[in-house]
Structure formats: structure tokens, C-alpha cells
Write a protein that binds this ligand. Structure first.
Ligand code: BES
Length: 462
């Protein structure tokens, strides 16, 4: 049996143990956004450093101003490229908790009507299950070959779901240690459950939170109604006018740098057979809500967005309270594409909000990150190697896809460490990441591990 076949056989026989390890990891409540879970984030970092070291990738937990990083190295002295594998151990908050069928941090296997099995837990797909596909591939490789096929550095971060505030300083401080020939990232999706994919476009992200302050205290809405500006109304108007009736975003200069896809690419996408009925039907919707003159795939992959992720202000309790609140709040995110400049979008948004704020009110801003969109080089040799490895495992050609989501680190790898990334992931559209009942298909976990073993082998062969 060839070495790779032996490694694959070991992956198959290790599967139950791999799953048990993933379950231990999933039980750790590493919600990066909520300070109450800071110790859990520490625990997840410690768990990973122990696990990597056990595999043979000597790892340590590294302090930052926020949640720690985990960095590991395996030097093999082999001639192939030196690759850096990146994943994130933090997860999104679990609310609304009442919509989960079971505890989000008590992972379980659910067998579905068609007999397929899924792992249900917060982080199962985003990104703990995904990053463990790589760790388990490395483990099987080490067990069979006594070493890895090429030099590997591992970087696990704990703030990806919160805009990665500590990442830039960490990359600058540890530039020499982390600069490799290529980054491997496992945080994206397959095309469908039988068709693997490599993501070649990711949207960027600008996150902004605003607080509009009006009167110096909450007011009686009869005594002061109409005369005193209501900050909820101010925010409602800001939100309402950010898109026009065609779904076009109204911020000044917003579309500067948005690039239309070449026709051959959009034609290829037309052949993928994705329809609004299919994509939206699964989530109980039917009518695309974005720019009216754009196709569904354009709306989710190649066009920028403006979304309100949360808005609050005034009385939220039971019954009625006749009050005009003193302040109101909203959180916005803009997904960016092409060459849109995050700093310019942030400035344009702030100007827009100020222009809509009455003169006797004030507005405060805080940033939740500003990262550009990303397009990978279609001629990058690693792309062809990744495609070959995936085809060997899945028996069908890998699709090159866009991703509506954002993985800020990929841009930083390029600009700060001069490193391209190969984005291979095994998530599926119905994984419900960031939502209740997040799941990861067992088949994706298993074949994901096998895929990474093949990718490493392929990259080592050059
Ligand atoms: N894994 C996702 C990115 C993704 C989204 C992949 C959808 C496949 C489908 C990633 O972990 C993520 O959620 N990123 C955040 C980044 C943000 C908080 C800066 C996102 O896109 O919201």
C-alpha cells in the first residue's frame, strides 16, 4: 500500500477517536464576543496547544491583548514548501438559546431521515470541526510516516468571530516566525455535499456601531412627545435610507472599486444551477432582497451589502411604557467586494449618519473592524494541487467559488506576510453557522480529514 493509502486507512480507523476529541473541544464554551467566556477561550487555547503537541507539532499558547493565539511548529527538514495552517477556536454567541433543540455545548450525533449523520453543536462547522480536520490529518500522517511530509506552522486564533482585533499586532510582532510559503485555511464551504470547493473570493467587512443620544434622560412621551426628538426615530431613518427602493446602497462613493465579474465567470456560475427558490426556500423565503437588477449569486458573492445586525433603544419589557428614550443604538456591517476601500466606506458611513443626526442630538461611533475583500490568484500553483487532491478524494472536480462571508486573516496574510492562501473547507450551506442548531456533517468531517492528508501529500510533491 502506498504511504498516502496507509495514512487514509489510519484516518478511517481513527475516526471514532477523532470524533471523541472533537466532542471534547466542542464542549468548551469559547465565545469570543462575550467577556463572561474569557476563561473558556483560554481553556480552548490550552486544549489545542496540548493536542497539537501530542500530535507532534510543538505548540504554545501566546498572549495578546485579547484572547490568546496558539502557535505550533513541525520542522521536517524536507525540501517542499513550508505551509501555515490557520483556523479559529472561538465561536459565535448562542442566542437565541431557546431555539436550540439541545444544549449548544453538549455535542451530539443526529441521524437524519436519509440515514446521514450530523454533529450538532455551536462551533461544529465554524470552525472547530473544520480546524480539527487538519489536526486529525496531521495526526494520522505522523502515526504512519513518523513525520509530516513538509514543514508546518499552525496558527489558531480566538477572536475571528469578533473582528480579529489582536491579529494585526500579533502578525507584525511575529512576522519572521509566521511567514511561510503558503497559508492553508479551513473555514469555508463545499459547493454541495458531493462537490468540494476552493474559495477564490471572499468579501471584506466594515463593522460599525452607533449610539444616538437625544434628551438628557428618558422622557414621558405625552409630556414631551413630538417636541423632544426621539433617537429611535433618528436611527430608524438612518437605517431606512441606507438603501433605496431598488436595493442600491446610498452612501457616497460606496460602489467605488466594485468590479463586475468577467462574463465567462458569471456564465460558469449560471451552469451551477443555483436558484433563488433553492437558496432561499431552505430558510423559508422566496424573494431576493438585494439589488433588484442582480442575480442571486451576484448578490451573495460579488456585490457589496449593508446590513443592520441589531438595533435597540427604549422600553423592551412586558406591556407598554410611555417613554421617549434618551438614546438608541444600532450595529451595522458592510460586506465589501473588489477594490472597495474599507477606510473610505467607514468615513462615508459616518458622514452619512452625522448628516442624518439632528443638531441637538449627538452620535458616537465604534468600529468593529475594517477589512478589504479578497481575490485569489487563479494561476497560483497551489490551486491546481489543491484541486487535484480534492478530486482524488471526492471523485469530482472541485468548484472555484466565491464566499459571501469574510475571513479577515486571509487579507492580512497577503499584505503583511506576503503569503497567498488556499481556502479549502467542508462546510455546507445548511450548516446553520452563527444560528441555532449549528451542525457539521459527519461525512464532511471524515472526508475533510482525508482531503487534508491528500493536500499535504500533493503540496509536498511540488
Ligand atoms: N466561517 C466563516 C466564514 C464563512 C461564512 C464561510 C459563510 C462560509 C460561509 C467565518 O468564521 C466567519 O463567520 N467570519 C465572520 C468574520 C467577521 C466577524 C469579521 C463573518 O463572515 O461574519
Amino acid at each position: 500500500m502506498s504511504r498516502i493509502d496507509q495514512v487514509l486507512a489510519r484516518i478511517d480507523s481513527n475516526l471514532d477517536d477523532s470524533l471523541n476529541r472533537l466532542f471534547d473541544f466542542l464542549k468548551i464554551k469559547s465565545i469570543s464576543a462575550d467577556p463572561d467566556f474569557q476563561e473558556d477561550c483560554e481553556a480552548a487555547a490550552n486544549w489545542l496547544a496540548r493536542e497539537l503537541t501530542e500530535v507532534g507539532i510543538a505548540a504554545s499558547v501566546r498572549r495578546t491583548d485579547g484572547h490568546p493565539m496558539v502557535v505550533g511548529h513541525r520542522k521536517t527538514g524536507k525540501p517542499g514548501p513550508h505551509v501555515l495552517f490557520y483556523g479559529h477556536y472561538d465561536v459565535q454567541p448562542v442566542d437565541p438559546l431557546e431555539l436550540w433543540d439541545t444544549d449548544p455545548f453538549e455535542p451530539r450525533i443526529v441521524t437524519r431521515e436519509d440515514g446521514s449523520k450530523v454533529i450538532v453543536a455551536r462551533g461544529s462547522a465554524d470552525d472547530k470541526g473544520q480546524l480539527m480536520t487538519f489536526v486529525e490529518a496531521a495526526r494520522a500522517y505522523m502515526e504512519i510516516a513518523g513525520d509530516l511530509p513538509l514543514d508546518i506552522t499552525v496558527l489558531f486564533e480566538g477572536e475571528e468571530e469578533s473582528g480579529s482585533p489582536s491579529l494585526e499586532p500579533f502578525l507584525i510582532e511575529n512576522k519572521d516566525e509566521l511567514s511561510c510559503d503558503l497559508a492553508l485555511v479551513c473555514d469555508t464551504n463545499m459547493w454541495d455535499e458531493d462537490t468540494p470547493a476552493i474559495a477564490v473570493m471572499l468579501r471584506g467587512l466594515v463593522g460599525e456601531e452607533i449610539t444616538v443620544k437625544a434628551a438628557s434622560r428618558d422622557l414621558h412621551s405625552g409630556y414631551y412627545g413630538s417636541a423632544a426628538t426621539n433617537p429611535n426615530h433618528v436611527i430608524a431613518k438612518i437605517i431606512a435610507d441606507i438603501r433605496d427602493e431598488n436595493g442600491t446602497i446610498t452612501l457616497d462613493g460606496f460602489y467605488d472599486g466594485v468590479i463586475d465579474m468577467p462574463q465567462d465567470v458569471t456564465r460558469m456560475w449560471d451552469t451551477l444551477g443555483m436558484t433563488a427558490e433553492k437558496f432561499l426556500g431552505e430558510i423559508g423565503l422566496a424573494v431576493p432582497g438585494g439589488e433588484k437588477d442582480r442575480t442571486l449569486l451576484e448578490q451573495i458573492w460579488t456585490r457589496p451589502t449593508a446590513e443592520v445586525n441589531g438595533m435597540w433603544g427604549g422600553y423592551q419589557g412586558a406591556g407598554s411604557k410611555t417613554v421617549i428614550p434618551a438614546e438608541a443604538h444600532a450595529k451595522f456591517t458592510f460586506r465589501l467586494v473588489g477594490d472597495q476601500d474599507p477606510q473610505k466606506i467607514q468615513a462615508s458611513f459616518r458622514d452619512y449618519v452625522r448628516s442624518k443626526t439632528p443638531q441637538d442630538c449627538s452620535v458616537e461611533f465604534s468600529s468593529h473592524g475594517a477589512n478589504p475583500a479578497l481575490r485569489l490568484d487563479f494561476d497560483m500553483p497551489a490551486l491546481a494541487q489543491g484541486k487535484k487532491a480534492l478530486q482524488d478524494e471526492w471523485g469530482v472536480e472541485a468548484a472555484l467559488i466565491g464566499m459571501g462571508g469574510s475571513i479577515p486573516v486571509v487579507g492580512d496574510f497577503k499584505t503583511m506576510l506576503g503569503m497567498d492562501s488556499l481556502l479549502i473547507g467542508f462546510g455546507l450551506a445548511d450548516d446553520q453557522i452563527h444560528s441555532p442548531n449549528e451542525k457539521y456533517n459527519l461525512k464532511c468531517f471524515h472526508k475533510g480529514i482525508r482531503s487534508w492528508a491528500r493536500v499535504l501529500d500533493e503540496l509536498a510533491q511540488g
